[in-house]
Design a protein around this ligand. Sequence first.
Ligand code: LCS
Length: 398
Amino acid sequence: MKTHSNVRHKSTKAIHAGGLPNPVFGEVSVPIFQSSTFSFPSVEEGAARFSGEKPGFIYTRIGNPTTKALEDCIASLEGGFAGIATATGMAAITTTLLALLEKDSHIVSTNSVYGPTRVVLENEFSRFGVQSTFVDTSDLDKIKSAMRFNTKVVYIETPANPTMSITDIQGAAEIAHDHDAILIVDNTFASPHLQRPFEHGADIVIQSLTKFLNGHSDVVGGAIISKKEKQYNKIRSVLNLFGGTMDPHQAWLILRGVRTLPLRVEKAQENALELAKFLKQHPKVSWVQYPGLTEHPQHEIAKKQMDGFGAMICFGVKNGLEGGKTLMNHLNLITLAVSLGGVESLIEHPASMTHASIPKSDREAAGILDELVRLSVGCEAYEDLRDDLEQALKRILL
Ligand code: LCS
């Protein structure tokens, strides 16, 4: 397989990036190197690999050819220096934070982030003296006023889970850099097909590969992509020690998924725009947040930094939580499940599920209301999705 280093278009990269330099039999698909360890031809060679003088694999916690193929592919799609694959998206987040934060340092983060991202900072990193402040990062002034002398990291999720609020990546990068802090962007909701944060000044990009990049709801995984070699080396060394490494079989499945990322995302976001318009005019729906609607408060920023508006929608159902329950309990095609970014459409209730571990007052301050329903739009035919929503919405009594 060729490495295709001259390929520039993102759709071609999704199909070809991350090939092996030396295929054994001319294989077109990267093989699964299901080996925990790799033999050394000599003691001298083993020592040279350990010291970093020579390239080559040593042990799968430290590196594996199948996993490296996925890492190279993701780094190419995001436009970073190098990628690091992790066991889950949470392993990507915690490994990065472990590498970059220290006792008495401070992090400013989007308030509407994936629930466990907030909880791990507030409940776990705080035990080691890390301070955290959560603000509405769609308002750059709020980031500015949250910065302290010891702020080492600005962490944003855009679009944010589950509120779909958008943060101006370039604006956040400027504030972070003015304070010698690092900007981390969780790019899971957009995927690199729609948004490449390095183009707007980010230093590190996080992906939960479980979502759009894999795209088939059959494997978990994460990735950390760094812009600079120095940060890559630091994070890699923390991962090697803490051990949240990806398994080669997992890497192979995700690489297989990535090959169709552009096709899946294009189809799903086409459905999402139509569904957002359908929901907006529906008498049982009180509000809709989708960055592709002109009334979304950050529609213009989304247009500036994204190549499309994605496949995630959140909306409020009339009759509050009761209305939402009726809707979710009566859908036939759209599945009631957490996670997102698969070919099948999924619906969930963040306040009682993905974001339940955040105290109610913090949740509501972040816009995660009890009436909010989150929809991950898949690749089914639009009419089938619309009809399923219509018949379930009809059941809501006003
Ligand atoms: N970042 C974002 C934006 C996420 O939505 C998730 C998971 C993660 C990171 C963590 O990735 P994981 O460890 O699960 O691979 N989000 C989920 C959600 O909204 N429902 O279920 C999982």
